[in-house]
Design a binder for this molecule. Structure first.
Ligand code: PHB
Length: 405
């Protein structure tokens, strides 16, 4: 009788206790032990992200984007069925992300690691991708350093410096001279703050002061008051996508920043499409920069929006994280096709390097050397379109890369 792999390998029962050398050993043993994956098995993609907890929007959107891709293109590539194994970090939780990645590699024998809504979780999994030689497709996590942490990482989403630099340039060239920055206090926020300061200063602008708010459940009122008291011409903000934008705009309105003549400049995370209706009229006129807007006019975006509705129903609204999930699957499908369904980590990375995708956001390229995404960054304004708020694109920075790379 065939024994289950967990019976043959007791260490699999407590994978969370494995770390570093122990994981390497487990991996080596797993490669020798008769595989539970039969040759006719499909290709497995482990989708790791926060699907519950305070950042569940990220996981939910990513998975909805993955489903939209499968709905539109079917679930086979390179002659194999593509199977997606969803794993919830409940995060932000780098420890859980790491344990889930170990289990996916050792027990579930995935061919790809994918997902990663939050930077700290992507960073925690990077060493596992390296050790296991598994391609790791980053569908959202956007701190600049992520792709430098493993040669097996390719990113299809964006980086904070990439979307922030164009905003600093645009603001300085449109009469904004004095700015206060407000960001979430972790990697992506610090990236956004640093890049805004650097580019805005290079363009002749002046930073009055900067404040960082806690990543989880920030109470914006005291921070917004501090911004108001400094009398800037504008505030530059980055907050992770999800409900924080709503709380931010509430405080912005309650403290009367617009009445005080303070403009809002932000990365598109703050006015992301899924939450846009909930932001209300306070968001009108905010200028943001980002790589994707639901309002983007292209046949690819129309196709994406139709597939998204088909796969997820009318209740769920897409945003840029969903597009990350969708394009991540496009990259995985392209690798599977090119390699005829036999996935080897190094060969997969060679296919990913330099890959172009016609994304719903416009054309994107995975840079050959950095494995990071190069794409158009759009300047948008929150306006009413057809009775609803929309991020309306009005200027663009084509083929824009992370300025540090
Ligand atoms: C990240 O943690 O990298 C992250 C999360 C949400 C965003 C952007 C970046 O909107």
């Amino acid at each position: 009788m065939r024994r289950r792999l967990v019976d043959r390998c007791p260490w699999l029962r407590a994978p969370h206790r494995l770390a570093g050398r122990a994981f390497a050993m487990a991996l080596a043993v797993a490669l020798i032990v008769t595989s539970c994956k039969k040759p006719q098995d499909g290709i497995r993609v482990g989708l790791i992200g926060p699907f519950s907890g305070p950042f569940s929007t990220l996981g939910g959107e990513m998975e909805a984007g993955v489903k939209a891709y499968l709905k539109q293109h079917g679930d086979a590539a390179g002659g194999k069925r593509i199977e997606v194994l969803v794993r919830d970090t409940t995060g932000p939780s780098p420890e859980i992300a790491k344990r889930l990645a170990q289990e996916l590699v050792v027990r579930d024998k995935v061919d790809f690691l994918a997902g990663f809504g939050l930077t700290p979780e992507a960073l925690a999994v990077a060493p596992i991708a390296t050790e296991a030689k598994k391609p790791m497709i980053v569908m959202n996590a956007a701190a600049s350093t992520v792709t430098t942490k493993s040669p097996y990482i390719a990113r299809v989403s964006f980086t904070l410096p990439q979307v922030t630099a164009p905003l600093a340039i645009w603001a300085a060239r449109h009469g904004v001279n004095a700015v206060y920055t407000l960001v979430s206090d972790y990697g992506p926020g610090i990236d956004a703050e640093s890049q805004f300061k650097k580019t805005f200063a290079a363009e002749g602008g002046r930073i009055l002061d900067s404040v960082r708010v806690p990543l989880q459940n920030p109470d914006f009122a005291p921070y917004i008051q501090r911004v108001k008291d400094a009398h800037p011409e504008a505030v530059f903000a980055f907050l992770p996508a999800g409900e924080q934008g709503v709380a931010f705009f509430k405080a912005f309105q309650e403290r009367g920043l617009a009445q005080a003549g303070i403009k809002l400049l932000a990365t598109g995370d703050v006015t992301e499409d899924q939450q846009l209706d909930a932001l209300g009229p306070a968001a009108l006129g905010a200028v943001t920069t980002h790589h994707y807007s639901v309002a983007h006019d292209s046949p690819e975006n129309k196709g994406f929006l139709a597939a998204f509705r088909d796969a997820n129903g009318d209740r769920m609204r897409p945003n840029f994280v969903a597009v990350g999930g969708y394009d991540g699957m496009a990259a995985i499908f392209a690798v599977c096709e090119k390699l005829g369904g036999v996935i080897d980590g190094d060969r997969a990375m060679a296919v990913l390097a330099g890959m172009s995708i016609q994304s719903p956001r416009g054309p994107i390229v995975i840079d050959r050397d950095t494995r990071d995404v190069v794409q158009t960054v759009y300047v948008r304004r929150v306006e009413t379109e057809g009775g609803k708020l929309a991020n309306v694109e009005f200027e663009q920075f084509p083929a824009f890369r992370d300025p540090g790379k």
